[in-house]
Design a protein around this ligand. Sequence first.
Ligand code: AMP
Length: 181
Amino acid sequence: MPFLALGLAPALAHAAQAMGFAAPTPIQAQAIPVVLNWADVLATAQTGSGKTASYVLPLLQSFVQLPPASPRRVRALVLVPTRELAAQVGEVLRALAQDLPTRPKVVVLFGGVSINPQLMALRGGAEVVVATPGRLLDVVAHNTLRLGHVGTLVLDEADRLLALGFADELQRVLALLPARR
Ligand code: AMP
């Protein structure tokens, strides 16, 4: 089944093909139509199964339906446990957003590096933020990021995010979001 048949916009189906994705993987075929219906999804899939695109594609579709406006507001937040994963997800987001008529601004936040370039990157706002929980809380404390308009939350590698050591930070991040689950 091609990407278009899952309900994805042509610009996104095309971007997936441009990345060399000939057809959706099983996790993509199962998750994408459900997320496009705005349902909550809890999915388990191994590394290498294509799980990143399974949430990135439907997340980006919301920007086809409702393009970024001014002022820029964070509409989607992706939480990840490591800086490597944060950088990787940011790249997939940017690559798959390539063909969108109005591309959302994506900002990636992770610890272990100076916070200043990340604060600079947030100037003028952003529509999508990919972050590790600790650095996200630091950035919020600098008053440079508001999360009151987040409509989509992704917990990538949720098992690690929910594990001891992260759980506290995660709860503090969730408390900043408008929706309750
Ligand atoms: P992930 O499980 O998200 O880490 O993805 C693993 C690898 O699979 C990445 O290199 C992706 O670029 C690739 N990939 C994702 N979706 C597809 C697809 N539908 N067809 C072929 N490769 C894919």
